[in-house]
Design a protein around this ligand. Structure first.
Ligand SMILES: Cc1ncc(COP(=O)(O)O)c(C=O)c1O
Length: 372
């Protein structure tokens, strides 16, 4: 029997994602065709002359350089390309912590970021983002969560599922906190670049302190989730420790996908800009929609990224609601309870659906039937 617990968020998607008419719960920005990417970037894709031999384990130098240009103190030597940031998470957890250690992880959060550690016998302590406190992390609580067993603090910025963000001042507070205690800080930055209502961009933790780890992905703010390309940028000793584990996973990232990812990175502003436009349109609609719900939700609006986590004002089984929504209305939203161990909330993604209004009107229909 496997020691890994069921990844319920992904399992929910796997069950319905390719059969539903509206994917409203995704955290990825809307996918695009190769020709759309070519049009946005002004680059023609021609793979005829591309060698299909493997690239070095840390990735093609072309992509590593393109990624490192996103970090002001970036060096391509500290960029390690992975086959999706899911692989990055796996390699980091497997190489950094083991039984007897503890980690502190924001909660709720994308479950892979702590569940894998728990499955390995690591004690996971939740740094709670409390709805009553506008999902703002409480630094006094953080102090009480760490002790000499604590190896890593894991944060997601912008945050999935709450849409909370940490800006430079809070990030500096975090780096001071970990540096005083000799704890490794890791920030998952897969939503970097996507703002809400023209709000602030979240800085990379690597530009604040080079002792930290950041992970990134082509899936989310770039909207290229089918590429399955991600990366880690970290101090050398962190990367050295995971190299041997990579030989058991994918050895190196796929070559054609790395080429496409490099083009997207070299035209980052345009690619993320296209997704920001979709996010802005959908979010404006969502905000109005929330205003018309007559108190059904107690909503803390997101401050960054393409997801939000509205709370039902009354007691509702979100598993039942989301099941009805998918089965009767063909709209997929992950339930807070099943997917994030947080009853009473649902996660809405506003970066993916280009028929957002239609999808939201089906949610209205489902709410009317479910709550009456
Ligand atoms: C916070 C976060 N990190 C990482 C991932 C994994 O993304 P990918 O494997 O597509 O790079 C996800 C996916 O939803 C996520 O939400």
């Amino acid at each position: 029997m496997t020691r890994y617990s069921v990844f319920r968020l992904e399992e929910w998607f796997e069950r319905y994602e390719f059969d539903v008419e509206h994917l409203l719960g995704s955290s990825s920005c809307a996918g695009m065709t190769v020709s759309e990417l070519s049009e946005i970037t002004g680059e023609a894709f021609n793979f005829e002359g591309c060698s299909l031999g493997a690239t070095p384990g840390p990735g093609s130098s072309e992509l590593r350089e393109a990624v490192s240009s996103w970090y002001s103190q970036g060096s391509s030597k500290n960029v390690y390309i992975t086959s999706s940031s899911t692989e990055a998470i796996f390699l980091l957890i497997e190489s950094m912590v083991s039984k007897g250690d503890s980690i502190v992880a924001m909660f709720p959060m994308y479950p892979a970021l702590y569940q894998l550690a728990e499955d390995n016998g690591v004690e996971v302590r939740h740094w709670k983002l409390d709805h009553a406190n506008q999902f703002e992390p409480n630094f006094d609580e953080l102090s009480a969560l760490v002790d000499e067993t604590t190896k890593v603090i894991i944060v997601n910025n912008p945050q999935n599922p709450t849409g909370q963000i940490l800006l430079e001042e809070e990030l500096r507070r975090l780096t001071d906190f970990v540096n005083e205690r000799g704890i490794q800080l890791w920030v998952d930055e897969v939503f970097r670049g996507i703002t809400v209502e023209g709000g602030p961009l979240t800085p990379s933790i690597r530009d604040i302190d080079e002792n930290t780890i950041a992970t990134g992905s082509m899936s989310k703010s770039f909207g290229l989730s089918g590429l399955r390309v991600g990366w880690i940028t970290a101090p050398k000793h962190v990367l050295d420790n995971l190299l041997h584990i990579r030989f058991y996973t994918t050895v190196t990232a796929p070559v054609v996908e790395q080429k496409i990812a490099a083009v997207a990175h070299n035209h980052r502003d345009k690619v993320i800009g296209r997704n920001q436009t979709i996010v802005d349109q959908n979010f404006a609609y969502l905000k109005n929609w929330m205003g018309e719900q007559n108190g059904i939700f107690d909503w803390v609006p997101p401050r960054g990224g393409p997801v939000t986590f509205p709370k039902f004002a009354q007691n509702v089984s979100t598993d039942d609601f989301c099941l009805k929504l998918v089965e009767n209305h063909s709209v997929l939203i992950p339930p807070g309870k099943y997917a994030f161990n947080t009853e009473g909330f649902i996660r809405i993604g506003y970066g993916e659906s280009r028929q957002f209004e239609e999808a939201m009107s089906r949610v209205s229909d489902a709410l009317e039937q479910f709550l009456n």
